[in-house]
Design a protein around this ligand. Sequence first.
Ligand code: PLP
Length: 352
Amino acid sequence: MDWLLTPGPVRLHPKALEALARPQLHHRTGPAREVFLKARGLLKEAFRTEGEVLILTGSGTLAMEALVTNLFAPGERVLVPVYGKFSERFYEIALEAGLDVHRLDLPYGRVPRPEDVARKGYRGLLLVHSETSTGALADLPALSGAFKAENPEGLVGADMVTSLLLSEVALEAFGVDAAASGSQKGLMCPPGLGFVALSPRALEGLRPRGYYLNLARELKAQREGESAWTPAINLVRAVAAVLEEVLPRLKEHLALKAWQNGLLYGVGEEKGLKGVPEVRSPAVAAFYLPKGAAYGAVKEAFARRGAVIAGGQGPLKGRIFRLSLMGAYDRYEALGAAALFREVLDEILPAS
Ligand code: PLP
């Protein structure tokens, strides 16, 4: 068995594999429109929004950019706390989009606290829910509440790339106006689709711009079950098939994913490793490298057992390693992965 223990792309869900083996659909036909509308409806349920979810062909970063460029006009003031590689990416996208961006640096591994974002005078706040680079989970309802108390007209945009189908997500109930996600994480599908969820409030305040990434144009087409440009319809079919399977038992699925991630932390802690995040996301387990062990040696020890893992990014490069069971692993496969992890640690840690 190949162990894809990276925080995306992940081991594919059997329903995705089955859907991908089906003949090509033409995207401007009735059966394709049916698939597209079904996927959009199921994604609305997954994001728990009364608004709309748009399906874009591209990766999660594309969805983040679409969110920023279609929600905010150049020159508008936005606050971006930076506490990992992906919040750093939100900051860079907002700069590139010509916004008046105020960056708030926090140590990697921490998450913003409500008092960090309770600042007046902003049109927007951009947050990463599950910061995959550090394994940290931000408290979106508390942060949105604190920000909106100071900025009642403000909009909150969130990266939910590794929280959708992994942690509880509820757009309006969290006070989030727009969110970005992708197909290759909790949805257990291949990379290639980005999603932008828009609350009814975000739909009212949309400031569409751009050509390929113009969300007003997408909305018009997607309400009819099409997209403005040729979509990766095969992936849309895979997403619909997985959601159809997982959503009816979402509670159990989230509990399984949290238990599996806890299992990885349990093994690391039992062997004396230190976890990176102050609040743990169920999507990924991030550990500081044990004293004297280089990342290359840890990666190699996993590779010899058929497993692929991830290292650190940005300032954490060469200092941490990350493991994830967010792919299609059941309870017993997760126990196998935990045993493999224990074996690696026994090999690389000096005998005491
Ligand atoms: N945001 C988060 C939290 C992520 O984990 C990732 C990918 O790892 C991204 C954004 C970027 O997604 P993509 O690589 O699909 O562009």
